[in-house]
Write a protein of this length. Sequence first.
Length: 327
Amino acid sequence: MAMQRRGNAIHVVFIYAFWIALWRSKAQLQVGFYDTSCPAAEIIVRQEVTKAVNDNPGFAAGLLRLHFHDCFVRGCDGSVLLDSTPNNTAEKDSPPNTSLRGFEVIDNAKARLEEACFGVVSCADILAFAARDGIVQAGGQSYPVPAGRRDGNVSTSQEALGNLPPPSAKIDQMSQAFANKGFTQSEMVALSGAHTIGVSHCSSFSSRLYNNGPTATQDPTMDPGYVSQLMQQCPQGSTNNLVPMDPSSPNTFDTGYFNDLVDNRGLFTSDQTLMSNESTAGQVIMYANNSDVFFSDFSNAMVKMGYMGVLTGSLGEIRTNCRVING
C-alpha cells in the first residue's frame, strides 16, 4: 500500500509539473510572434510548403509527421531535425524515424528566412508552421500557430524509441502514451486522424497479415477484403513497398480515415484499436459523420501539442542551420 501511495504521489507531481510547464509555455508563445521581427516568416514557410506539396503531395503528411515526432521527444524543440554526429546517433536515425521525410522543405524555408531575417526564426517554429500549412494544402482546416519556440541542442536515438507509440500499440498503450504527454483520450483520437494522409511501409503492419499470434495468421479485426488487398500490395517478406494509410483519399485531409476504422480497414493495430473501446469508438463514428467537428478538435489538439516542452526566452538557441547546433 505504501508503494502504491508513493507511486500515486509521483504521478500527481508529474501531472502538476506538466501543467505548470504548459502554463508557462502559453504565457510565452503567441500568435503573430514574428510580426515585427520577421513579418514575412509565415509567408515564406507557406510558400516553400506549397511548392513542395504541389511537386509531391506526400510532403503534407511528411511535414505533419515530422512535427509530431519532434514534439513527442523532448518537446517541440526541433531536435528531430539534428543530424547524427560521429559521437551521437540523433533522433532522426532512430528506427521509428528512419522513414521521416520533409527535411529538405524545412531546410529550404530556413535558408530563405536566414536571408530575410538572420538569426530570428527558430527551426522548431518552422516545423510548427509547416505542419499546419501542409494540412491546408491537403484540404484541411487552417489554424493559428502560436510561436516563440527556440531550438534545443540535444537529440538522441534512444529517446525516440521510448516516447513514440509503435504501430502495434493497443488502446491501453495508446491512451497511456498520450496521457504521459498530457493529452486526453479524446485528444488522442483526434490526433490519430492525422493518418488520413500519408503512406506506410509494409513492415509496419505485415504481422497483421501473416503472423498474428499463435492461433491466427491474420488479424481477425481486419476486413477480409482489405486483408486480401494488402497481401497483394505487400507479399510476405516485403518491407519497402508503400501502402496508403487511407486508400480512398490518401492525399486529402478528410474523415476517410475514420470511415475506414468503422469498416475495419484501419492499417495499423494502433488505428483499429480505437474501435475496441466504447468511448473512442463513439468518437470515431462521430468524426466519420461530421468533418466539421473533427477539423475543429484536430486543430485544437495540434495547437496544444505545439506547446509541449517548448524552450522560450533565453533557453535553447536559434539555429542558423536546422541540421546542426550553432558552433
